[in-house]
Design a protein around this ligand. Structure first.
Ligand SMILES: Cc1ncc(COP(=O)(O)O)c(C=O)c1O
Length: 412
């Protein structure tokens, strides 16, 4: 099973869907005078805005389009560079490419998120934004990244796809940068199969986000339209069906978080005494999502042997999240032959090159890392071993035993 929200899909989501189907309104816009129209998308935007402590939210159809809307809406475009970690999902890079800007890959540190020192080293006169990705539910080092962004007058975009519900030093992730984006695909904290959200404190940015996601229209299509649309937009709208499921899932967020933290704390404490074991640096233990427990073994050989016996793989071998395994990026394979944005005349940075091994610090860390599932069980991510949010302490304890035995055989 994939993510924690998916594990708890049940009667509430079913009822929410039925309600929408029976209302006759599947589109986010409906007649405000008709009591049957429940405006679920709008309601979801309000509820998530409240949770994120942000006044402006736009529901979209995926975490990828959320990123594209955020980048383009904030003005990232041709000629710009965006610094992004080499350990993330391809959507972080593909959204930059479709915004017609250039992804500049940077190292992660032991937090498995952007290394602020490396970010600083990669700033050029063309840098427009830093994309902080909160990988595997663990907030990036936002204090340091925000300070760098402020110092160099850069945008800070938070890709919170894997960290919906997380907090960094008391503030929801996504509320610290200029915009936060979220995903509701099946591997995420809460899910409706697919879906996304963009959030910001900036009203002007919000108006651009809304317009981009809905053919250039003003927020909620009020006070528009014909003759006054500011730019050409697209359609990334969320449906009432998706929003209804997400509203039902939101009610389960507290329960999810409590269970995830209890299981993760138990697992971590029970293996902390293993000789030579090390853990991923967690920037905010109480605020993170606790969906995964990442351990570092002393050597790559030990990590590979242990991962194989556990039926999983080291993080370096994830086909989804490691730049080394993203052939479409490494080879700059674009949809049309002109190879934009890499050949864009607005871009003055010379030839853009990506290659395997270009981030040695990241490679070294990921080769020794194993992701233990606490609530996101995904072979592609490299977390085939572990527990789910449904599992109680009996299952957790059995998995701990198994892990300890395997560890002792290979690294003990
Ligand atoms: C870090 C990260 N960014 C963006 C996305 C894109 O989200 P979606 O699959 O909803 O388009 C994902 C999804 O896996 C992700 O993990």
């Amino acid at each position: 099973m994939p993510g924690p929200g998916m594990e708890l899909i049940g009667e509430e989501e079913k009822q929410a869907l039925l309600e929408v189907i029976e209302s006759g309104y599947l589109f986010r816009y409906g007649s405000p005078d008709d009591p049957n129209f429940k405006a679920k998308v709008y309601q979801l935007e309000q509820e998530i805005g409240g949770l994120l402590e942000l006044p402006y939210t736009v529901a979209v159809n995926s975490g990828t389009t959320a990123l594209l809307v955020a980048l383009s809406g904030l003005g990232v475009g041709p000629g710009d560079e965006v610094i992004v970690p080499g350990y993330t999902f391809i959507a972080s890079m593909s959204s930059i490419i479709y915004a017609r800007a250039i992804p500049i890959l940077a190292e992660v540190d032991k937090s498995l998120n952007l290394d602020p020192d490396d970010v600083r080293a990669r700033i050029t006169p063309r840098t427009k934004a830093i994309m902080a990705v909160h990988m595997l539910g663990n907030p990036a080092k936002l204090d340091a990244l925000k300070a760098i962004a402020d110092e160099h007058k850069l945008l800070l975009v938070e890709d919170c796809a894997q960290a919906f519900g997380a907090k960094y030093k008391g503030k929801p992730v996504g509320s610290i940068g200029h915009a936060g984006t979220y995903s509701f695909n099946i591997f995420k904290t809460i899910t409706a199969g697919d879906g996304g959200m963009v959030a910001t404190a900036d009203e002007a940015a919000y108006r651009r986000f809304f317009g981009f996601h809905d053919q250039g229209h003003s927020p909620l299509r009020m006070g528009v339209e014909v003759g006054r649309r500011p730019f050409v937009g697209l359609d990334f709208r969320m449906t009432e069906l998706t929003a209804a499921v997400l509203l039902a899932q939101l009610k389960k967020l507290d329960l999810l978080q409590t269970r995830l933290h209890a299981n993760k704390d138990r697992f971590k404490a029970a293996i902390a005494d293993l000789p030579g074991i090390d853990f991923r640096e967690i920037t905010d233990p109480a605020g993170e999502c606790a969906t995964l427990l990442t351990v570092f073994l002393p050597s790559e050989a030990q990590a590979r042997a242990a991962a194989q016996e556990l039926g999983t793989r080291v993080v370096a071998d994830s086909g989804w999240h490691v730049y080394n395994n993203m052939e479409q990026l490494l080879e700059k394979r674009t949809i049309t032959a002109e190879n934009c944005p890499f050949t864009c005349p607005y871009y003055k940075g010379g030839e853009v090159k990506y290659w395997k091994g270009m981030l040695p610090q990241t490679d070294g860390l990921l080769a020794r890392a194993i992701n233990i599932s606490i609530g996101v069980s995904d072979a592609g991510l490299g977390s085939a071993f572990g527990v789910t949010v449904r599992d109680g302490f009996d299952v957790v304890d059995a998995k701990i035993e198994e892990f300890r035995k395997v560890y002792a055989r290979h690294a003990g």
